[in-house]
Every structure is written in C-alpha cells, then in structure tokens.
Design a binder for this molecule. Structure first.
Ligand code: GDP
Ligand code: MG
Length: 168
C-alpha cells in the first residue's frame, strides 16, 4: 500500500507561533523560549484519515520570514499551507494577504487554512472576530483558532489540511 506524504508549509510573520505549532503537533511539547534555529528543515508526524496513513512533513523556517527572505526551496513541492497570525499582533493579521500571495506565486492554489493562534491571551486580542471571518472568506480559506500553548485546535488544523489533500 502506498503511503501518502504531504509537505505542509507554515507561513506568517515572526513570533506568531509557527515553530511552536510544528513542535506541538510533531513532538507534543511546548516551550516559551523556542530556539529560532530549529536545525532541521521539517518535523513529521503520521496521522490516520479515513483509514489512510498520511505522513505530514511540517516545514519550518529559521526566522527568515522576518527579513522576507524565505527561499523558493522552502515552498517547492508544498501540498498544503497554514497561514498563521497571532490574536495579539495586529500587524501579523494585516500581513496575511501578502503571505497568501507569496505562497500562491510559488505553489499555485493549494489547500490552505487560516489560523488565529494565541487565543489563550483573550484580554490582549487585537482582532475583531467578524473581521477574521471576513478575511477567511475573502481568501477562500477556512478560519481555525488555536492555542498552541494550551494545545487547543492544533490537531484540527492538520486534520483539515490532510483531508482536503486526500479529496483533491
Ligand atoms: P514563530 O516565530 O512564528 O516561529 O513563533 P514561535 O513559535 O517562536 O513563538 C513565538 C513566541 O510565542 C514564543 O515565546 C512562544 O512560546 C509563544 N507562543 C506560541 N504559541 C503560543 C500560544 O498559543 N499562546 C501563547 N500565549 N504564546 C504562544
Ligand atoms: Mg520560528
């Protein structure tokens, strides 16, 4: 039986929690002072979707996103994408359309999900819920909310993307 392998890229401004999300999903761990230099290109985890084993390879960046210096190699062959912003960082939300365009330019249209992370910091939220829903609709992406810290919603992000990839 052929195993399905999917390359997933996770983009968004620095400090929104991309590396933490990868670490959480693949290793089940969370640290506040996550090292920027992860040292590997990706971490992986296998999950089962409708009786199929799916290997997800989650590609991380080493902070190049802060200099707008992500290389084409990072995007090459990606099957799915997470567009991530932080509930506490308005700029990261405003940057989402340009991240979507970058991914589209490199990968074409691939299954993509919009993720609002850090929902545990409720009192610091800078995004109106309606506005977030509107952006999701405008970009044609499902909006999901996560707290990587408290392990809320992370599994749903990757199950959703894997299911979408199996359908297409
Ligand atoms: P990246 O630059 O997008 O890879 O972001 P990091 O994964 O390095 O995370 C940046 C900071 O946000 C770190 O201190 C994380 O511990 C913290 N962080 C990540 N996810 C969450 C979350 O869901 N809630 C809270 N409160 N902090 C988070
Ligand atoms: Mg990072």
């Amino acid at each position: 039986e052929l195993e399905i392998s999917l390359k997933v890229v996770i983009v968004g401004n620095g400090a929104v929690g991309k590396s933490s999300m990868i670490q959480r999903f693949c290793k089940g761990t969370y640290t506040r002072d996550y090292k920027k230099t992860i040292g590997v290109d990706f971490l992986e985890r296998e999950i089962e979707i409708d009786g199929e084993d799916v290997r997800l390879m989650l590609w991380d960046t080493a902070g190049q996103e802060e200099f707008d210096a992500i290389t084409a190699a990072y995007y090459r062959g990606a099957h799915a994408c997470v567009l991530a912003y932080s509930a506490t960082d308005r700029d990261s939300f405003d940057a989402i359309p340009s991240w979507k365009l970058k991914v589209e330019n490199e990968c074409g249209e691939i299954p993509t999900v919009l993720v609002q992370n850090k929902i545990d910091l409720v009192d610091q939220c800078q995004i109106d819920p309606n506005e977030a829903e509107r952006l999701g609709r405008a970009l044609g992406c499902k909006l999901l909310r996560t707290s990587v810290k408290e392990d809320v919603g992370v599994m749903s992000v990757f199950r959703h993307l894997a299911s979408r990839c199996l359908i297409e």
